[in-house]
Design a protein around this ligand. Structure first.
Ligand SMILES: O=C(O)C1=N[C@H](C(=O)O)C[C@H](O)C1
Length: 323
């Protein structure tokens, strides 16, 4: 029997707010975490996802981010998923065991090993080792356009039957025959969570259990509502809201994630700076303005669309890279 991880609904992969000089801004992160789970109505949080710029956080910063997110999740009785992304199986097991030991983490979000391209048998062996030795429920992160490793239907089927694998974050860039196959056969204790923001609505319509959506940093309550509408079979309103949010997501992903999202959150007065760490560069003022306008135009529920002025007052000038 698989461990219970309650993986339905919206999970927000939080950005990691920085100061202008690129230090972690813990208070802003704590506020975002609390807002997502209270007014935003998210089911849970994801710490250390791609959106969190986990790749450029130090070990100490990662620990601080997990501490802040787990405190918020504990306060709201919400599940916490933590990203563990490496192409080193042994290192992943060490990290998983540390997270499991903390007692605060419900599941780990683990991409297929990036860059190495170990082949599908290698991916299966990797997750089998993590399932056997990691000590945490696992969500397989299937995102071939980032990892370089695609998976076929039979490998996905094998993964979903591994003990400890409680879900998949499906982000192949398409809602296609393979997605229908995945959603067509339900496996008890196994959730399909969408991870391509712009196509979350059709994936939910086809039966996905929820989503891990970076865009939901911006309009949390509306992405939560979209999932709820599809779960309640309210197809008409779900289609309309889905179309509107797809436009917002496209604008938020106009430049590398999470640069536009951070620009919008800063424009809304919700984080102290739009700063991102190299190799990411701050999003252009045009991209931020366009997304901020879409975010403000449609926002109707929950989390305040902005704090402190119009959506454009804080839109940054493109800055030179900071290190
Ligand atoms: O950090 C995440 O989790 C997500 N990352 C994806 C990406 O940056 O490609 C997007 C998705 O919305 C969630």
């Amino acid at each position: 029997m698989k461990p219970e991880a309650h993986l339905t609904g919206l999970f927000v992969p939080l950005v990691t707010p920085f100061t202008d000089d690129l230090r972690l801004a813990p208070d802003a992160l704590a506020r975002l975490a609390d807002e997502a789970l209270s007014a935003g109505g998210a089911r849970g949080l994801v710490a250390l996802g791609t959106t969190a710029e986990a790749a450029t956080l130090t070990t100490e910063e990662k620990a601080a981010v997990v501490r802040i997110c787990s405190a918020a999740c504990r306060a709201h009785g919400a599940p916490l998923i933590v990203g563990v992304g490496t192409n080193d199986t042994a290192a992943a097991i060490t990290t998983l065991r540390e997270l499991a030991g903390s007692g605060d983490v419900d599941a780990a979000l683990v991409p297929t090993p990036p860059y190495t391209r170990p082949g599908e048998a290698g991916v299966l062996a990797h997750f089998s080792a993590l399932a056997e030795h990691g000590g945490l429920p696992l969500v397989v992160y299937d995102i071939p356009y980032r990892t370089g490793q695609s998976l076929g239907i039979s490998t996905r089927n094998a993964l979903k039957h591994l003990p400890e694998v409680v879900g998949i974050k499906y982000a192949t860039g398409a809602v296609d025959a393979a997605a229908m196959e995945l959603l067509g056969s339900s496996t008890p204790g196994f959730a399909v969570l969408g991870g391509d923001d712009a196509v979350i609505s059709p994936l939910l319509a086809a039966g996905a259990h929820g989503g891990i959506l970076a865009s939901a940093n911006v309009r949390t309550a509306d992405y939560a509502e979209l999932i709820s509408l599809w779960q309640r079979d309210a197809a008409g309103p779900a289609r309309r809201l889905g179309a509107e949010l797809a436009r917002l997501s496209a604008a938020l992903f106009a430049e590398p994630n999470p640069t536009v999202i951070k620009g919008v959150l800063h424009a809304q007065g919700r984080i102290p700076s739009p700063a991102v760490r190299l190799p990411l560069l701050a999003a252009s003022a045009d991209s931020v303005r366009r997304a901020a306008d879409l975010a403000t135009a449609g926002a109707r529920r929950g989390v305040p669309a902005q704090r402190g002025g119009s959506s454009t007052t804080n839109v940054p000038n493109p800055t030179s890279p900071r290190v």
